[in-house]
Write a protein that binds this ligand. Sequence first.
Ligand SMILES: O=P(O)(O)OC[C@H]1O[C@H](O[C@H]2O[C@H](CO)[C@@H](O)[C@H](O)[C@H]2O)[C@H](O)[C@@H](O)[C@@H]1O
Length: 382
Amino acid sequence: MTKLSIVVPEEMLVPVPALPPATSTPSPPQPGSFRPPRCSSSANYKNILTHLELHGNGGKNSSWMETIKASSPTHVRSVPFLPNAHSESDESDWNKRLPSALSRFDEITTAAKGKKIAMFLDYDGTLSPIVDDPDSAFMSDSMRLAVKSIAKYFPTAIVTGRCRDKVFSFVQLAELYYAGSHGMDIKGPTKLPKHTNAQAKAVLCQPASAFLPVINEAYNVLVEKTKVFPGAKVENNRFCLSVHFRCVDEKIWNGLAEEVRSVLTAFPDLKLTQGRKVLEIRPTIEWDKGKALEFLLKELGFDDSNDILPVYIGDDRTDEDAFKVLRDRGQGFGILVSKFPKETCATYSLKEPSEVKEFLRRLVEWRQISLKAEHRVGVKRN
Ligand SMILES: O=P(O)(O)OC[C@H]1O[C@H](O[C@H]2O[C@H](CO)[C@@H](O)[C@H](O)[C@H]2O)[C@H](O)[C@@H](O)[C@@H]1O
């Protein structure tokens, strides 16, 4: 029997006990809220829960806190019924299941021949390494240059759980699309790159704007109520909130989660999910990074086009919604940033932000070479 080891990553944890999982029926749409044509997020979330249940991490007896303790991304955890787990063959199994986008680079560029690449990039854990202080998750200059170069050749969007203005202050590239608040706040480039049209510049999509008052109210209450938990930090991401517990003593994680849950009982239009040592609070509308990806493809004029190759790179559970959209469309590739095996709808993997940078650089190089070749052919013909 093949031995298998698995890391239960931070973002694949079961939701806080007693909260409705993401599969629950959302509240009726609020005035002005946007109902997208199709939704895929809950299905994927259900898969993850099923996975956790299958492997003994989501069972009723295991507490939320125990699950979190076992979830550090550097913590290799054996599947209970397959003991003595981690081995070199595990790594090669993982590489076979989700090959490196760098080692399979030629496969990707072959698929891109005759098509236009559209690049979608998550921020935290993808373009910047995970750090303790969310306000200090800066992007390196070399990463900024790599993203700037990619945007010269391909339409490029940042798709993040962060507030759009905040992520812009980190990235500082006006030629990109930005989809903040898990895709609930989308804006087109303010500086027009060569490949975009004038229409794209005016893009603005805010499907959760009707929820702003309730989100702000919940933010104020959460700031007050979490003050007694040293290290806890509430981040206002405009159309969603984050309660960070990375710097909270794990002995009080459970208490903090209970407090957040208790606050949310007064806000039935908000739901709670979980990311990398963060509790995420957002409106109950059916909108996620996958919906944002579909919206942007449409805005770019590629909705029904076979001439597009969308590439989405991300590290978080929330990015799975976008990976799934690509998989369901049979179009483009999801690239998961992770050093460890995870359940995923992505096609390829990259280990960390430095590999993301390397991948972006190689793509730029490939594009420059193919443009030169196209130019030479054009000159010969004329
Ligand atoms: O969609 P993303 O761009 O991946 O944003 C998801 C959350 O990212 C940030 O939190 C995460 O990164 C922090 C900085 O490295 C880290 O301290 C935290 O523990 C991580 O959860 C961001 O602060 C959140 O608001 C986003 O929801």
